[in-house]
Design a protein around this ligand. Structure first.
Ligand code: CDP
Length: 219
């Protein structure tokens, strides 16, 4: 069983996907962390991020592993707590727009679902990674609400709201306008606007949809 959850930055995908997976006893896969890990590696190696043609060679030197707690390892070093730093936030959309990066990571993502029930979240799960997913959800929320949530998550002051809005908008635009696997609502996806919802409610809504449909198909 494959549950795809896509949506723009800070729309609540990660926490929702994690809790839905827990309730269903499925594995939660956060694909954003993989794009962030590649970006971190390139930044640390001082790879010229404006020259996507050298990425292929650089990717050959990179081994990404992760476990089902969503800890990510680059060449066997745990980088999980470095993935949300500003340098990564500001460059991840540029790196993830490059086809060879996507091809590598999509292969990894498809592989995981071969022998596992998964809740996978990202930008292109319902469109590219698993266009035939059993269930597809698209989470969204007003930009101010998303920025506020991200400030709280990062323990930043409310005074930083405008710069957070700008950062999120910039990333969303790049993700929506890129040529390869842009962020769009997948065919058949159920749109959930979480602006006025609590996490527990959006989790319950998704789990109920899955259980209801499952019941019908099993009858
Ligand atoms: O947590 P947040 O929504 O802010 O972002 P994320 O899910 O960690 O994703 C970080 C970035 O990775 C996105 O802005 C996209 O540029 C890229 N990404 C992607 O291109 N495809 C995915 N399936 C997941 C993430």
């Amino acid at each position: 069983m494959i549950i795809a959850i896509d949506g723009p930055a800070a729309s609540g995908k990660s926490v929702t996907a994690k809790d839905v997976a827990k309730k269903l006893k499925y594995i939660h896969i956060n694909t954003g962390s993989m794009y962030r890990a590649v970006t971190l590696y390139f930044l640390e190696k001082k790879v010229n991020l404006d020259n996507g043609t050298i990425f292929k060679k650089e990717l050959k030197k990179l081994k990404i592993n992760f476990n089902f707690k969503n800890e990510i390892f680059i060449n066997d070093i745990d980088v999980s707590n470095k993935l949300r730093q500003d340098s990564v936030n500001n460059n991840v959309s540029k790196v993830s727009a490059v086809k060879v990066v996507r091809d590598n990571l999509v292969a990894l993502q498809r592989n995981i679902a071969l022998d596992n029930n998964v809740v996978m979240e990202g930008r292109d799960i319902g469109t590219t990674v698993f266009p035939n997913a059993d269930f597809k959800f698209y989470l969204t929320a007003d930009i101010e609400v998303r920025a506020k949530r991200r400030l709280i998550e990062n323990q930043k002051s409310e005074n930083d709201i405008q710069s957070m809005i700008d950062q999120i908008k910039k990333r969303d635009n790049l993700d929506k306008k890129r040529k390869h696997s842009p962020l769009v609502v997948a065919d058949g996806a159920i749109i959930i606007d979480t602006t006025n919802m609590k996490i527990a409610d959006q989790v319950e809504k998704i789990v109920n949809i899955i259980k209801r449909k499952d019941k019908y198909t099993n009858e």
